[in-house]
Design a protein around this ligand. Structure first.
Ligand code: TRP
Length: 326
């Protein structure tokens, strides 16, 4: 029997090229594992509850990105979290024994709350975010959860929820492990973390014209002020992108030529633009095909929902039995 994988993307914005490596990692797992990938639209509501108008649009957009980078409905279960209501039910059951003190200590919670000047996130839903995530993962009895570093503390909480449940009610859930995606995070076009709220994202669906504009205004190494100044690629934001999208040989050449000032930032950016356009052209072609065939998307969604629901029903039946519900 194949081991099981579960992971999701929060439906809180379009996916940017920082997500691309994570998705390629997911796609590479599809043959070896039984995979459950979902759009976490309920998780989006934990922060967007005052303005829910975009959640459906983001969900659809991310779903198309998935298909366009090679997540394959013939191999994996691809679905939307809220289409399988059992996620919410399992969340309620887990909330019975999850201690508030433990949730207040989750690092992502503490960080986000610190930035929340209007106290709009002092809600049950937001505090429960990682409990809902535990429900997502344990629902499919996942053995592995492929995520980036930022999610490790949530998987840790998931492991504790699994152990607590098993101890209290009997052995129902495997304790899942993180499958860490080690590619370093891409910075944004301004060198800060790539984030929708900074307006510094390059999106998977950005076409050549948009890419040209974004790359032209991208920050490079602020210490290299004149074309004749020798540079240091490791201090350059543009080079961080080259590392992700340029072949090793060219990469080494750029680095050396930057150091002796025989290549300028304009030329260096031109090479990056070419490589990015090339890397995104496949997914963008695929997106056009999917958007031209709405019936296909509906079919994929239905199939995903059916497969996930069947697995969820089985888990919920075991859970109800273990709890002794009538
Ligand atoms: N919290 C994750 C993120 O922000 C999204 C997510 C929701 C998730 N449920 C999950 C990831 C379950 C892995 C497994 O990226």
């Amino acid at each position: 029997m194949k081991k099981i994988i579960a992971s999701g993307n929060r439906a809180s914005g379009r996916l940017h090229i920082g997500h691309l490596k994570l998705l390629e990692h997911w796609a590479s797992l599809q043959d070896e594992y039984d995979c459950y990938f979902f759009i976490a639209d309920l998780h989006a509501l934990t922060t967007e509850y005052q303005d829910t108008g975009k959640v459906a649009e983001y969900s659809r957009d991310i779903f198309i990105d998935w298909l366009s980078v090679g997540l394959d409905p013939k191999k994996s279960h691809l679905f939307v979290q809220s289409h399988v209501p059992a996620h919410s039910e399992l969340f309620v059951l887990f909330s019975m024994f999850t201690k508030l003190g433990r949730l207040y200590r989750v690092p992502t919670y503490k960080e986000r709350l610190r930035e929340d000047e209007t106290h709009s996130l002092v809600t049950l839903g937001f505090l429960g975010y990682p409990v809902l995530q535990a429900a997502d993962i344990l629902m499919y009895r996942a053995n592995y959860v492929p995520v980036g570093l930022d999610q490790v503390s949530h998987v840790e909480l998931t492991r504790e929820v699994a152990r607590d449940f098993n101890r209290l009610y009997g052995d129902v859930f495997p304790v899942p492990d993180v499958l860490l995606n080690k590619t370093p995070n891409l910075p944004g076009t301004d060198g800060r973390k790539m984030s929708k709220s900074y307006g510094n994202c390059i999106y998977i669906s950005d076409g050549p014209d948009t890419l040209r504009k974004k790359i032209a205004t991208m920050f490079s190494n602020p210490e290299r002020k004149r074309r004749s100044d020798p540079g240091d690629a490791e201090k350059c934001n543009v080079y961080a992108f080259h590392k992700a999208f340029t072949d090793d040989e060219t990469l080494a050449r750029i680095k050396a030529k930057c150091k002796d000032a025989s290549i300028g930032c304009v030329e260096c950016k031109r090479i990056l633009l070419e490589n990015l356009v090339e890397a995104l052209s496949g997914p963008q072609e695929m997106r056009r095909r999917i958007e031209g065939d709405p019936g296909y998307l509906d079919d994929v969604l239905r199939k995903g929902r059916e497969g996930a629901s069947a697995a969820a029903d089985m888990t919920m039946s075991n859970v109800r039995k273990a709890l002794g519900l009538w």
